[in-house]
Design a protein around this ligand. Structure first.
Ligand SMILES: [Zn+2]
Length: 508
């Protein structure tokens, strides 16, 4: 006799995403893994007295989303500081910061996530704007990309000594309040949460993730308490999200010395890749391009130059570690692919994060090298006509994020959000409605990139990413079918329930 299931989801439209068009009616789960995917009556045989049965009432079931690029503390920070993501312009940003200043006991007033490209004015927040929040207390507003920040006069007084002069922007000799790249580092230090605060941020963020149908993340960790806190939460049985820790190159020696290799860890927390930057962002005109910006003199800058990058990739590869490099401009992507070419990128699952501007031969180079394209479909919001990328790149905006070209070339495609915002269905909608044919995916292709594609990017495709017997029972129940609703309404589809390892971790 077959043992009964622990959990059954039935009366559903289960899209397994194993085979592109396959649907079934029910899923049975035992010991955290899927044991059968079949018609409802076949699954009934697995129902015992203790089986939890969820009647999905015809709703859609898909594999849990794996967000292949997160900074989970950011999600928490938006929940506890001034959230500047949705503001309509400088005036509303100032209002939110002022309101937060009244609430917080901290001397430092911090806001996250402003994006001037969505405002009519399209200018950064300045010292003058933020002096209206306070002339006494330091005020810092991080731009959405975290490569740029704006400071009031009090914050400039406090932090300028620690900032490289070339990254502090000026007008007529006076600082405008806008700082970029290395000048942002002292602000990260000043706003760094301690271990207890980190735990609070991550607990808030994982709950939000589960509400959005996210069951796993590849989280970027640099000089933070996150690795320890993730393991503490795991030991306490308090994790409802699978976390793969990508360690910054600052930690490369420690990771090598401790004998860790990619994939080591528990069911919930694992060692991932070694991560570095190479360039900056298109927003900040610091992404490294082959040709100069359409609206600037320069072609961007290296944050980590190609020689240094090569050395990191070699050391990590030799130690059996996956590598992943932030590269946004076409020159930066080329440098990363060059560095990977000597190190069997497909075997290591070496990845390029963002890989935004892929001019000329770069899609083909990706295929040759065998690297994973870890991309963020939500960034397409900047690539539309009249958007930020049209300003920065002119006609080259048509060559950003060619997801269809990558798929057709056979390049492994993994979707993530970079937490701008964390919201897989928003990203899926952006990919499905992308302006260029070279960018546009079907609903199935986009969902696969956010599930099995992301699992592949971690070498975890045998365990995660599809609804198949033997895989871990990470599932999402959606109120409506993304295949049935208008493409422009995919982001509005609600998550009805989220299951991680057979446990219902969120139910609407
Ligand atoms: Zn990132």
């Amino acid at each position: 006799m077959t043992a009964p299931a622990d959990l059954i989801l039935t009366n559903a439209e289960v899209h397994t995403l194993a085979d592109p068009d396959e649907t079934r009616e029910a899923v049975a789960v035992r010991n955290g893994r899927i044991v059968r995917v079949a018609d409802a009556y076949e699954i009934e045989f697995l129902e015992g007295v203790e089986t939890e049965v969820v009647d999905c009432e015809g709703r859609t079931v898909i594999p849990g989303f794996v967000d292949a690029h997160t900074h989970l503390e950011m999600v928490g920070q938006h929940l506890v500081n001034a959230d500047l993501r949705e503001v309509s312009g400088p005036a509303e940003a100032v209002e939110r910061l002022a309101a937060h200043a009244e609430e917080t006991d901290d001397d430092l007033v911090v806001g996250y996530g402003y994006d001037e490209s969505t405002w009519g004015t399209a200018r950064y927040l300045t010292r003058e704007d933020l002096d209206a929040v306070s002339t006494e207390r330091p005020v810092v507003a991080f731009r959405e990309d975290m490569h740029t920040a704006s400071l009031n006069s009090a914050a400039l007084d406090r932090f300028r000594g620690a900032m490289p002069a070339e990254d502090v922007q000026r007008e007529g000799g006076d600082p405008t309040g806008v700082v970029v790249e290395a000048a942002v580092d002292p602000l990260f230090e000043a706003t760094e949460p301690d271990r207890a605060e980190t735990r609070d941020l991550l607990v808030a963020a994982q709950q939000r993730a589960n509400e959005l149908g996210v069951t796993g993340v590849h989280d970027m960790c640099r000089n933070s308490h996150k690795p320890r806190v993730y393991r503490d939460l795991d030991a306490d049985g308090a994790l409802t999200l699978r976390v793969r820790i990508n360690y910054w190159t600052d930690h490369l020696d420690s990771v090598v010395d401790s004998g860790l290799r990619s994939g080591h860890g528990s069911e919930m927390v694992r060692t991932g890749a070694i991560k570095t930057y190479t360039d900056g962002s298109l927003g900040g005109r610091t992404a490294k391009l082959r040709e100069p910006y359409a609206d600037g003199e320069t072609a961007g800058q290296w944050v980590v130059d190609p020689d240094e990058l090569r050395a990191y990739v070699e050391r990590a590869s030799d130690a059996g570690l996956q590598f992943t490099a932030h590269a946004i401009g076409d020159a930066a992507v080329e440098a990363v692919l060059d560095a990977y070419a000597a190190h069997d990128a497909a075997d290591h699952r070496h990845r390029v994060e963002h890989a935004e501007l892929l001019t000329g031969d770069l899609v083909e180079r990706f295929r040759e090298v065998g690297a994973v394209a870890s991309v963020q479909p939500n960034f397409l919001k900047w690539a539309r006509e009249g958007g930020l990328y049209a300003d920065r790149l002119g006609e080259r905006r048509r060559e950003v994020m060619p997801f269809r070209d990558l798929l057709e070339a056979g390049v492994p495609l993994a979707f993530g959000s970079d937490c701008m915002p964390m919201d897989p269905l928003f990203g899926v909608q952006q990919a499905v409605t992308a302006p260029e044919r070279s960018q546009r995916l079907t609903v199935t292709e986009a969902l696969r990139a956010y599930t099995r594609g992301a699992a592949y990017a971690a070498g975890e495709e045998a365990d995660l990413g599809t609804v198949e017997p033997g895989k871990r029972a990470d599932l999402v129940v959606l109120d409506d079918s993304p295949w049935a609703v208008d493409a422009d309404a995919i982001a509005d589809v609600d998550v009805a329930a989220t299951v991680v390892g057979g446990d219902v971790v969120f139910r609407d």
